[in-house]
Design a binder for this molecule. Structure first.
Ligand SMILES: NC(=O)c1ccc[n+]([C@@H]2O[C@H](COP(=O)([O-])OP(=O)(O)OC[C@H]3O[C@@H](n4cnc5c(N)ncnc54)[C@H](OP(=O)(O)O)[C@@H]3O)[C@@H](O)[C@H]2O)c1
Length: 287
């Protein structure tokens, strides 16, 4: 059996069409959609990310509001978030991470109204995920689930191994796949016998941020391998999986770039539509 490339770009393009049509449907009902993107750090990568989010909003017909203010203290940042909560035009709020040193991230994220929490990272949204109740889910894990479903990869009863336990990726994807009736295990930097655990996986999801750390020795023949990592190595963007080495062992494999990345931003846009639909009392049927 030859390896199937999980083409995230292609899935994202299809998703984009669905979102554009959803935005148009809402507009036809007199509802406009608006996302506020707030950057309080002076991080160069964050500057690029917020611009990409704003550009994608414009492409899809979502109104972006960009707040870029550096040097604010905790009180001032919280005031900005509270004011976005109160702004009836704003359907979704993103506070770009990381927050500056000394700022209490959890306090800021948890100030975002749950119905506007389109990154799905505040404690209320995490609680909804934990309990498998409807809510706004973290974007990268949602994108991964969408990708697996698009390729009709059966999750029920599957042994899934997730490398990484971050609140952004590892932990939420664990819960989401558990709720899909998979049998997930999380491994991390303190895990013993990591390689053998990975080798048991029907589906291996790698989110460590360690460039090319996963080679063929970690992969069971025919496994689905999802590479979340993004690192720069010798001037090139690479993932956590050594793509060339793993290629002929995996049954399915995501490329980097063009795998999980394009789906993350579409998940975010989908969450904005979901938030706008819920706030205006219209049931959402996306995702
Ligand atoms: N494609 C996308 O849209 C997207 C979105 C988000 C993140 N990312 C990328 O995904 C990667 C992970 O992001 P993150 O935010 O989850 O990172 P993170 O917060 O740094 O977490 C990394 C996790 O990997 C574990 N880990 C690190 N080295 C390991 C090793 N040698 N063996 C086993 N586990 C190891 C860590 O274990 P400990 O907890 O024990 O330290 C930690 O749980 C990064 O490259 C990031 O840029 C991509």
């Amino acid at each position: 059996m030859s390896t199937i490339i999980l083409n995230g770009k292609e899935v994202a393009n299809q998703w984009e069409k669905e979102i554009i049509s959803k935005v148009q449907d809402l507009k036809a009902k007199g509802i406009s959609v608006c996302l506020a993107v707030a950057r309080f750090n002076d991080d160069e990568a964050s500057k690029v990310y917020v611009k990409k989010k704003v550009a994608m909003c414009e492409k899809l017909g979502i109104k972006p509001i960009l707040i870029e203010e550096e040097g604010l203290d905790q009180v001032e940042i919280e005031k900005r978030v509270s004011s976005l909560n109160q702004n009836k035009e704003v359907n979704g709020i993103i506070v770009q991470l990381p927050l500056p040193r000394g700022i209490d991230k959890e306090r800021v994220l948890s100030l975002i109204s749950p119905e506007k929490d389109v990154d799905g990272l505040n404690v209320f949204s995490c609680g909804l995920l934990y309990k498998n109740l409807p809510g706004l889910r973290p974007c990268t894990p949602s994108g991964i689930v969408r990708l697996l479903k698009e390729y009709k990869i059966d999750l029920v009863g599957k042994r899934v191994v997730i490398l990484g336990r971050s609140q952004l990726v590892g932990l939420p994807i664990f819960l989401m796949l558990l709720h899909e009736n998979a049998t997930p295990t999380i491994v991390h930097s303190k895990t013993k016998d990591l390689k053998n655990i990975c080798k048991e996986a029907d589906i291996l999801i790698v989110a460590t941020g360690k460039a090319k750390m996963i080679n063929r020795e970690y992969v069971k023949k025919g496994a689905v391998v999802v590479d979340v990592g993004i690192s720069r190595l010798d001037g090139k963007i690479v993932g956590d999986v050594d793509f060339d080495d793993v290629f002929d062992v995996a049954g399915y494999l995501t490329p980097v770039p063009g795998g999980v990345g394009p789906l993350t931003i579409m998940s975010l846009m989908s969450n904005v539509i979901k938030a706008a639909s819920i706030q205006s009392g219209i049931k959402d049927d996306l995702v």
